[in-house]
Ligand binder design. Structure first.
Ligand code: C5P
Length: 235
């Protein structure tokens, strides 16, 4: 994976996306993250359109269902020409392997296979929820590493993780396994609702393969300037 800065398009409409992209510059080498909100609102057409314009699309839909359903869903998503997508590791190894096969089956000929990233435990899951609601006997970090190992064995290319988990994951899973991390802020940015934030430079030092940045870019007076600064700091 390129050392990408994915711009999280957490925006309410296609018009808002068009306005932002006009400010970001050339689609070449521009990485965008589309999540559930925008996808459920504007549908798959926007993904195809942006991909055809040359943007690299991280379609973050966090699939989690029985393997057969995930296989067919992943096959459909691959046909949109995406760069990478996500599944919940908690769906199990069979489901992750099915997603991998679905992506391979749906990927347009001559295009690189979309990368498959697994979400281990959501960062909104506290140790108390892990213990009392998921009835997990492992401490959080061990659970995250255990899920990451299982996901890798099942065919995932990497995980979405907090920058603070990157070092441990890299150490246990090797430098080829991707760690994509949100929660990134420049020193001058507000933290918003993120609990633990890291600068692009620190994320790079900790070993992040790619970072996801939303509001610091989408809400900036000059998104292009902030995007360039973040890219320079991360690289
Ligand atoms: O605006 P901000 O930079 O906080 O956006 C971060 C993006 O990364 C959002 O799209 C958010 O949903 C996503 N994300 C996150 N934390 C996670 C997983 C995904 O912030 N643990």
């Amino acid at each position: 994976m390129e050392k990408a800065v994915f711009v999280a398009l957490d925006l309410p409409s296609k018009q808002a996306v068009t306005d932002l992209l006009a400010k970001l510059g050339s689609p070449k080498q521009t990485y965008l993250k589309i999540g559930m909100e925008l996808f459920y609102h504007v549908g798959a057409n926007l993904v195809t359109e942006l991909s055809q314009q040359g943007y690299q699309i991280f379609l973050d839909l966090k699939l989690h269902d029985i393997p057969n359903t995930v296989y067919h869903a992943a096959k459909q998503l691959a046909q949109l020409g995406i760069y990478c997508t996500t599944v919940h590791a908690l769906g199990g190894s069979e489901m992750i392997a099915a997603a991998r096969s679905g992506l391979a089956a749906g990927s347009p000929a001559g295009k690189p296979l979309p990368k498959l990233l697994a979400v281990t435990e959501l960062t909104s899951i506290s140790p108390a929820i892990l213990k009392n609601e998921q009835n997990c006997v492992l401490p959080m970090q061990e659970q995250v590493i255990s899920l990451a190992k299982m996901a890798k064995k099942a065919g995932a290319d990497g995980v979405i993780c907090s920058p603070l988990e990157t070092a441990a994951i890299r150490q246990q899973l090797g430098s080829e396994f991707l760690c994509v991390t949100p929660g990134i802020r420049l020193k001058s940015n507000p933290q918003d609702d993120q609990k633990r934030v890291t600068t692009p430079q620190k994320a790079c030092k900790l070993g992040a393969s790619a970072i996801v940045v939303g509001r610091p870019i989408t809400q900036a007076a000059n998104p292009q300037d902030v995007y360039q600064t973040i890219k320079q700091e991360f690289n």
